[in-house]
Ligand binder design. Structure first.
Ligand code: PAF
Length: 285
């Protein structure tokens, strides 16, 4: 595996495989790899003949007071893990390569970026502007045939899917299943912030999703009843959800009836750590 830091080096590495018509897969990441990232790399390795992983802690998607400065960074460890998964290229640019002096563009997916995590009293739409702007740039830099994202960031995947559709970006988006710890906690780089006691309390998120899913499995379709089952899980824990919402999995519209494509999305702060999770209800795990 080779590590490249500039767009020029990246394009030079990809020129020959592209000419030869080889399928290029991109796994965009902010590093601090866990099994979730590795599962995306494995999936890309299965589907594509060239696998590129980008590693860039994107400052524009962090709000004031968020964890940009403390976000876990260990490029040597990440590079070793990516190499073990058979990744061909690690693209780890410095900030100045992605955002050169005078950079002045924002890519915004308007409606979808302002709900759930993007609501004004939460992370706000600027968070997703940061994500879509950097992902649009990564798509232009790498020009992948396929890009891989995790279902754990369900809203991010829907927002990026809409950006790709609306801007006619020629890439296929693959959304891959959430990888969980054995007790159900969704893997996240931010889990590293949790104390033992917070790690235990963090199970409330998965518990709420499972409780809602069990109610749906018994035939319940009324959103308020399904939400009440999830809410009861939180009430019996000492975690307060920031939001707990049932939305269409395809366009994030609020739903009153659960159908085959309804996602229950949740965010909660456990101690100082903000966690998110979601489940498409009525699906087998
Ligand atoms: O999901 C992430 O790690 C980031 O939001 C992404 C897609 C790499 C953009 O910085």
């Amino acid at each position: 595996m080779k590590t490249v830091r500039t767009v020029a080096e990246l394009r030079a590495e990809l020129a020959e495989p592209r000419r030869a018509g080889r399928r290029i897969g991109l796994v965009p990441t902010m590093g601090s790899f866990h099994e979730g990232h590795l599962s995306l790399m494995r999936r890309a390795r299965e589907d594509c003949s060239v696998v590129v992983v980008s590693l860039f802690v994107n400052p524009t998607q962090f709000g004031p007071g968020e964890d940009l400065d403390t976000y876990p960074r260990d490029e040597a460890r990440d590079a070793a893990l990516a190499e073990a998964e058979g990744v061909d290229l690690l693209f780890a640019p410095p900030t100045s390569e992605v955002y050169p002096e005078g950079f002045d563009v924002v890519v915004r997916v308007r409606g979808l970026s302002g709900v759930l995590c993007g609501a004004p009293d939460r992370r706000g739409p600027d968070h997703f502007d940061g994500v879509t702007t950097v992902v649009a740039k990564l798509f232009n830099m790498v020009a992948p045939d396929v890009a891989y994202f995790g279902q754990k960031d369900a809203q991010q995947s829907v927002v990026i899917g809409r950006m790709v559709r609306d801007l006619d970006i020629p890439v296929r988006i693959e959304v891959c299943p959430t990888v969980r710890e054995s007790d159900g906690l969704a893997m996240s780089s931010r889990n590293a912030y949790l104390s033992d006691e917070e790690r235990r309390r963090a199970l409330a998120l998965h518990g709420a999703l499972e409780a809602a899913d069990a109610v749906v499995a018994r035939g319940e379709r009324d959103a308020s009843v399904v939400l009440a089952a999830a809410r009861a899980e939180f009430d019996s824990s000492d975690v307060e959800p920031e939001y707990l919402e049932l939305r269409s999995a395809t366009d994030l519209a609020p739903v009153e009836q659960v159908n085959g494509s309804t996602v229950l999305a949740v965010a909660a702060r456990v101690g100082r750590t903000r966690l998110i999770d979601n489940k498409v209800l009525g699906e087998t795990p």
